[in-house]
Ligand binder design. Structure first.
Ligand code: UDX
Length: 444
């Protein structure tokens, strides 16, 4: 099938490259000439595991091309897939200006029959509004349907998630579009759920809201565990073992970040308010998440007393491992707070070479980052941090304090080390481990 993809961000690029990999003929379009130039030479404007190899293969096989030319993309495709960003506006609502500028171009350049597939996360009712707009533009006979087909991929696992989705959701109106979408996803090993457009749009927000809620739930209990002297990892294991609850998304830590959960939870709240409804569970989810970095900071503060002139090492800057994305990353708030209190901040992240806070001194590796520091704070769950040689690390520090915002280390192992070397280990929802002292609980 001939597919035109609008937007070369995480969703658009991964979709375009994966559909090309499934032998469809794909044109990827973006307004950024710089991005398109990079892609044309086989480079990637983002880092995504496994995408480079697939991209090179589909370019070699002539299955994909890249352009800034909207008219060319529209006129040479039968399926038009909208995958542009819908960032938050200051009031939390989704900014749909990129979506509408693609729709306006489609209205202007459509010459033969097209199926429009909206993959961007959009407020409920947007796909209906796009269909009405195109009908009123005089394209009722040429636009087969506007379908909403949400994407559930995780950055870092996006290629795998795209090719092996748990389910494919398709919101549609016309039988003809159902037939085309069945053909588009023919080779995929996943069940397809057909529903109306509004339900498909809500499914995306509801899924992200639920996952975010699981994370805030476990972080809420982590704070309680700190008060009570329980271990949140054991609690998560105990509740996740119940198949009705399941073990995933119950990892306590510094809170969720990224381009989806923070944006989509706020958009869901705004959406509900627009119809005079309330979503107290999602509001609490957002509130817990926004206070979680502060909670960890408070734990650090209790250990440090003051930050004036102190050297603090941040390990990890991205919002999670396996991505180079720092959107809504907890590292942003933590580094700002540290600097406000007079600390010097050094940081190491395996994928970050450029950070928006220039005062944060980027280091080439863990060792140079922690050397002479007064505390090391783990903010991202990178595999290489899980394998850190803690005794070697603290031997290089000025003060042997490790604050683990991702609970990467086992308390038993830390306790053993604390008997052998001078060490203080603070994590989330677990007792503090400190040389010369029994496990302590920490008040929030
Ligand atoms: C998420 C959804 O998983 C995906 O379906 C949707 O399409 C886009 O948003 P992504 O943002 O790539 O994907 O990352 P994900 O792996 O879901 O993690 C989101 C955030 O939650 C990260 O900051 C991560 O560190 C945090 N997280 C995740 C936890 O703190 N605890 C957990 O148990 C799981």
């Amino acid at each position: 099938m001939r597919i035109g993809v609008f937007g070369c961000g995480y969703v658009g690029l991964v979709s375009g490259v994966c559909f090309a990999h499934m032998n469809h003929q794909v044109i990827c379009a973006d307004v950024s000439a710089e991005k398109i130039a990079t892609l044309k030479t086989g480079g990637l404007p983002i880092w995504e595991q496994g995408l480079q190899e697939l991209l090179e293969d589909v370019i070699d096989r002539g299955k994909i091309s890249f352009t800034t030319d909207m008219a060319h993309t529209i006129q040479n495709s039968d399926i038009l897939l909208i995958a542009v960003g819908t960032p938050s506006l200051p009031d939390g609502t989704a900014n749909l200006s990129y979506v509408w500028s693609v729709v306006e171009a489609i209205a202007e350049y459509t010459d033969h029959h097209k199926l429009i597939v909206v993959k961007s996360t959009v407020p409920v009712g947007t796909s209906d509004a796009i269909k009405t707009y195109l009908d009123e533009y005089g394209l009722k006979d040429k636009i087969i349907d506007v379908v909403h087909n949400p994407e559930f991929l995780r950055q870092g696992n996006a290629v795998h998630d795209f090719l092996h989705p748990d389910r494919i959701v398709i919101g549609y109106e016309q039988d003809e579009s159902r037939r085309i979408m069945n053909e588009l996803y023919e080779e995929f090993p996943s069940p397809i759920q057909f529903c109306n457009r509004k339900s498909a749009e809500l499914i995306k927000y509801a899924a992200n809201g639920f996952l975010a809620m699981k994370i805030s739930y476990i972080n809420m209990l982590a704070r309680l565990s700190d008060q009570l002297g329980a271990d949140i990892e054991q609690v998560a294991r105990g509740i996740g073992g119940d198949r009705r609850i399941g073990p995933s998304f119950l990892k306590a830590g510094i809170g969720y970040g990224g381009s989806c959960f923070p944006k989509d939870t706020k958009a869901l709240i705004s959406l509900a308010r627009s119809v005079e409804s309330e979503l107290p569970l999602i509001e609490a989810t957002v509130d817990i998440n926004e206070t979680q970095p502060r909670y960890l900071f408070h734990k650090l503060e209790e250990q440090m007393q003051h930050f004036e002139g102190k050297q603090i090492a941040l390990l990890g800057l991205t919002y999670k491992a396996l991505t180079d994305d720092i959107r809504e990353a907890p590292s942003l708030e933590i580094s700002k707070r540290l600097m406000e209190k007079g600390a010097h901040v050094k940081a190491y992240d395996p994928l970050i070479r450029d950070y928006p806070i220039p005062e944060v001194s980027l280091q080439p590796d863990v060792i140079s980052c922690v050397t002479d520091s007064d505390a090391a704070i783990i903010l991202t769950d990178w595999e290489e941090f899980k394998r850190l040689d803690i005794p070697d690390l603290v031997a290089r520090m000025n003060n042997p304090l490790i604050v683990d915002g991702r609970n990467l280390f086992s308390p038993d192992q830390m306790r053993k080390w604390a008997e052998e070397i001078d060490l203080a280990y603070v994590s989330v929802g677990r007792p503090i481990i400190q040389s010369g002292l029994n496990s302590l609980t920490c008040s929030p």
